[in-house]
Design a protein around this ligand. Structure first.
Ligand code: NDP
Ligand code: 2IT
Length: 446
């Protein structure tokens, strides 16, 4: 790293202590941006990166709610409004006990670059709460969502900030959040995405992140004369994104041999297919936070407290959460002959593990490019809401596919232009940065 970018990383660490995930995300991006600053000192002179690491606005609020026994609970709610240079803040809400300011800042920072890559007019944001949905009843989830929105509603709007789902927030939660927003504002607008189909949602949005990741993987493989057909895939997670990815991999003739949860992983040598894909929805809806039940249901092996990266596979697709591939996992994947790693979760690979993949010359699709299909389809949902016209699933899927191919090509072309041939990480970081940076310069001191 250059002295300049090193100074920015140190500044971020000093100003945001105890936020290691945010430091990690900033470091990864700045490593790529050195290539830009060498050629374009104007961005350094305008202090664009210094501005981008400072959120435009951070909202923190109390979320009181009552459980089914009548006991009081207090959680913390957040919304990070990171950057609105190219459109309203846009990004998901995460409900998980691990949620902290640092995690949401890393996610919001990544979202700025990701949304820029989609080519749609969306700024970057992220929010959520340390609320734990595990074991909660439907009524408890509803009361929590209503309380969360009772504060959040005054900060968001269809032209201001448009939240969506992420870990622990799916169509059910978006429904309760939307219902409360509508009561408070007396407005039916596209203020959230990931809505139900019969009240403004878009076809393919639930599948979009997973579909998009697989489209991106297919494009990466094509550059080496390969396809997904006949390949085995090690996949982590079992939630919304994993479910979409598994469907599309099957459709393209690949075989998914693992799923994982916080309890361990299952190994299914015949592949997760047919009714097993439907079963994933049951697992997710059970709020039990575990994949072990899959093993007993389908008579396959369960490996407690282990990660799926020890299984020999051609492709690895992490779909659970941040930092799930460490250097030792990367070494195992490389030794086992893995040809591609494509990030469906946000920042699932540690920096050191990414450096190992880079040295080994493995195809590596970074999250901000590879998983952009989710937010891109949110952008398509916003477009349909504005027109008050729904598109068919073929129409949405066709647009999603085009967007993913375009993002893939943009990454490669940009990496090439900046002397980092074949490096999707550099390509994604630089292309995402340039559009936002130019918009910020056009808009003056913002
Ligand atoms: P879900 O809540 O549907 O599923 C999340 C999955 O990750 C579950 O398998 C969950 O297991 C697991 N998980 C979550 N936290 C942890 C943890 N701390 N340790 C171990 N496992 C964990 O969320 P999504 O499928 O929507 O999200 C998965 C990933 O994809 C996240 O990184 C998210 O940011 C990213 N993503 C999501 C998009 C979307 O549109 N939904 C778009 C782009 C990226 P458990 O339930 O047991 O905790
Ligand atoms: O990480 C992500 O891109 C998401 N959770 C989706 C955000 C969105 O606004 O659809």
């Amino acid at each position: 790293m250059s002295e300049y970018t090193n100074r920015i990383v140190e500044l971020v660490k000093a100003k945001n202590p105890s936020e290691p995930e945010f430091h990690q995300a900033v470091q990864e991006v700045t490593e790529s941006l050195d290539l830009v600053f060498q050629r374009h000192p104007e961005y350094q002179a305008a202090r664009i990166l210094e501005r981008m690491v400072e959120p435009e606005r951070v909202i923190i609020f109390r979320v009181p709610w009552m459980d089914d026994q009548g006991d009081f609970h207090i959680n913390r709610g957040y919304r990070i409004e990171m950057n609105s240079a190219i459109g309203p803040y846009k990004g998901g809400l995460r409900f998980h006990p691990s949620v902290t300011m640092g995690i949401l800042k890393f996610l919001a920072f990544e979202q700025v670059f990701k949304n820029s890559l989609t080519t749609l007019p969306m700024g970057g944001g992220k929010g959520g709460s340390d609320f734990n949905p595990k074991g909660k009843s439907d009524n408890e989830i509803m009361r929590f969502c209503q309380s969360f929105m009772t504060e959040l509603f005054r900060h968001i709007g269809p032209n201001t900030d448009v939240p969506a789902g992420d870990i622990g927030v799916g169509t059910r939660e978006i429904g309760y959040l939307f219902g409360q927003y509508k009561r408070l504002k007396n407005e039916f607008t596209g203020v959230l995405t990931g809505k139900g189909l019969n009240w403004g949602g878009s076809l393919i949005r639930p599948e979009a992140t997973g579909f998009g990741v697989v489209y991106f993987t297919e494009e990466m493989l094509k550059t080496k004369g390969m396809t997904i057909e006949g390949k085995t895939v090690a996949l982590s997670g079992f939630g919304n994104v994993a479910w979409g990815a598994v469907q599309k991999i099957n459709e393209l003739g690949g075989k998914v041999v693992t799923l994982s949860g916080p309890d361990g992983y299952i190994y299914d040598p015949d592949g997760v297919k047919g009714e097993k894909i439907e079963y994933m929805l049951k697992l997710r809806a059970s709020n039990k936070d575990a994949v072990e039940d899959y093993a007993s249901e389908f008579g396959v092996q369960f490996f407690p407290d282990k990660k799926p990266w020890e299984v020999k596979a051609d492709i690895a697709i992490p779909c659970a959460t941040q930092n799930e591939i460490y250097p030792e996992d990367a070494k195992t994947l490389i030794d086992n002959g893995c040809v591609a790693v494509c990030e469906a979760a946000n920042m699932p690979t540690t920096l050191e593990a990414y450096h190992l993949f880079k040295e080994a010359g493995i195809l590596f699709g970074p999250a901000k490019a590879a998983n952009a299909g989710g937010v891109a389809t949110s952008g398509l949902e916003m477009a349909q809401n504005s027109m008050r016209l729904p598109w068919s699933s073929e129409e949405v899927d066709k647009r999603l596919h085009e967007i993913m191919v375009r993002i893939h090509n943009t990454c490669l072309e940009t990496a090439d232009r900046f002397g980092s041939q074949g490096n999707y990480v550099d390509g994604a970081n630089i292309a995402g940065f340039l559009k936002v940076a130019d918009a910020m310069i056009d808009q003056g001191l913002v």
